[in-house]
Write a protein that binds this ligand. Structure first.
Ligand code: UD1
Ligand code: CA
Length: 490
């Protein structure tokens, strides 16, 4: 479809008073993107000659988002209505443009194909204006399409101005139009602010066109959801839900199993391979990419993650900017912070936190462990409660664990430190020096047992409770009494 004669104008200057927010409405997020970004992305594939956004409220922030997507902006200050916005747009619209698509910045569910159908209807019908409309069950708040007895569009009447007999009309104005510019311009000049808000309404241009005997068409959207506008927080939640459902449906169509898809949140850029199973309550965010044949356990949150094929993620893991290689297994309740690289077949288990560390092929860290700025060699086993002490309050240091190493439980590895291949570390050690290959490192206090100590303590406690029972302590020296007295309860 040739679009070199089209300028697309996105109306995004309004405040969005009904959102009751300090943030401009088009900067609120639904379906993982700002509202205006969705609109821009729906317009871009048409390859129009120009993409122009009208900005006003918080124009600096809105311009930043628009510019990052290659959209030019023009300032509408003050904002005196959608008709006024188009008067401002006129200054920036290319002279070569014959048609304009006008779309609000707050109708983010619109699809490119629907815009293309709108333009197609407009061109074939040789219209001066074509309105994208939809029939919706609850049209309250929207402008309604008024047609004559032959079904021709006469005007758009805003919700507040409907006559009683017009209240039953279910066909609404989406605020998405295609205009032939040379026909629109004279009508815009005729707009008057004769409404409660003292604004110039673009909707009034429709009746002006009809007064001039111009042809106005309506193109009814196949999917009414596409034209939903976002005016309130409750609309925002509805729109978000529809985006999430769309994304889940697209993934299911491509061969992904999603259980209770209404409970999962998947951002638009996320990719998931076939036969991967996504359990309830999962959130796949940012640029996360997941391979085929994985299982993503319930309640897990993945942000900017790269997951290869055949990975098992058990429930309730929280992972950011890390890599899980083929057939690795994570969780439940594992935390991966940026830069964790879990190699093929490695296991990271319950309540294990990994940051900026490589866990090499087949290595395991199964319970209650912190691995930061570390490297764990092939086939090594990191015992429960092991901690890499990577930070001295000033700088971070590296811990190097070789291949086939066995780290006993409750070990503190004070970095920088290196454990050679095949070495053992005794449980409960605080390791501050390198351990050579195949050696045992042990660093802890020696155990001593005190025979009968516990029995003696119980006897003393019993005596304290019943003072009438005479207890004759065995005669002993002061020194031995002090050494073996059980600690008093506080
Ligand atoms: C508008 C339509 C209504 C339609 C509805 C669909 C008018 C008068 N009414 O109502 O018929 O059913 O959209 O969602 O057009 N904007 C500007 N500058 C302004 C005012 C608004 O750029 O001076 C922008 C807003 O940022 C917004 C869009 O225009 O993106 C629509 O404005 P909004 O106030 O949301 O209009 P509605 O009351 O929803
Ligand atoms: Ca609106």
């Amino acid at each position: 479809m040739p679009a070199a004669d089209i300028s697309i104008v996105i109306l995004a200057a309004g405040k969005g008073t009904r959102m009751r927010s300090s943030l401009a409405k088009v900067l609120h997020q639904a379906g993982g993107r700002t509202l205006i970004e969705h609109v821009i992305r729906a317009c871009q594939p048409l390859k129009p000659a120009q993409l122009l956004a009208i900005v006003g409220h918080q124009h600096e922030e809105v311009t930043r988002v628009a510019a990052s997507l290659g959209v030019e902006t023009i300032l509408q200050q003050p904002q005196r209505g959608t008709g006024h916005a188009m008067q401002i747009a006129r200054r920036a619209i290319r002279k070569s443009a014959r048609l304009a698509i006008v779309t609000p910045g707050d109708a983010p569910l619109l699809r490119t194909e629907t815009l293309a159908a709108l333009v197609d209807t407009h061109r074939r019908g040789e219209a001066a204006a074509t309105i994208l409309t939809a029939e919706i069950a609850d049209p309250s708040g929207y402008g309604r399409i008024i047609r004559d007895s032959e079904g021709r569009v006469l005007s758009i009447v805003e919700d507040g101005k409907l006559a009683p007999e017009q209240r039953g009309i279910l066909e609404i104005n989406s605020s998405i139009y295609c205009f032939t510019l040379e026909k629109l311009w004279p009508c815009l000049a005729d707009l008057r602010p004769d409404n409660a808000h003292r604004e110039l309404y673009l909707t009034d241009a429709i009746s002006k066109l009809r007064e001039r005997n111009e042809r106005v068409l309506a193109c009814v959207a196949a999917d009414a959801n596409e034209v939903l506008g976002c005016n309130t927080r409750s609309h925002l939640a509805d729109i978000d839900r529809i985006f999430r459902a769309r994304k889940a449906a697209a993934l299911m169509d491509s061969g992904v199993t999603i259980y209770l898809p209404e409970t999962v949140i998947i951002d638009p850029e996320v990719a998931v391979g076939a036969d991967t199973i996504v359990d309830p309550g999962v959130r796949l965010l940012g640029r996360t990419r997941i391979g085929a044949n994985c299982r993503i356990g319930a309640g897990s949150i993945l942000f900017d993650m790269r997951v290869d094929d055949g990975v098992t993620i058990l429930p309730n893991c929280n992972m950011t900017s890390s890599r899980l290689r083929a057939r690795s297994q994570i969780g439940p309740f594992a935390r991966l912070r940026p830069g964790a690289d879990i190699r093929e077949g490695a296991h990271v288990g319950n309540f294990v936190e990994v940051k900026n560390s490589v866990i090499r092929e087949g290595a395991k860290a199964m319970h209650l462990t912190y691995l930061g700025d570390a490297s764990v060699g092939r086939g090594s086993n990191v015992g429960a409660g092991t901690i890499t002490c990577n930070y001295d309050g000033v700088a971070k240091y590296h811990t190097e664990i070789g291949d086939r190493v066995f780290i006993g439980s409750d070990t503190a590895l004070v970095a920088p430190v290196r454990i050679g291949d095949g070495a053992y570390v005794a449980a409960g050690s605080v390791i501050t020096e390198n351990i050579p290959a195949d050696a045992l490192g042990i660093a802890r206090g020696r155990q001593s047992n005190k025979p009968g100590w516990a029995r003696e303590r119980r006897r003393q406690l019993a005596a304290a409770k019943s003072p009438r029972r005479r207890v004759r302590p065995k005669p002993r020296s002061n020194r031995s009494r002090r050494a073996s007295r059980p600690a008093r309860r506080r």
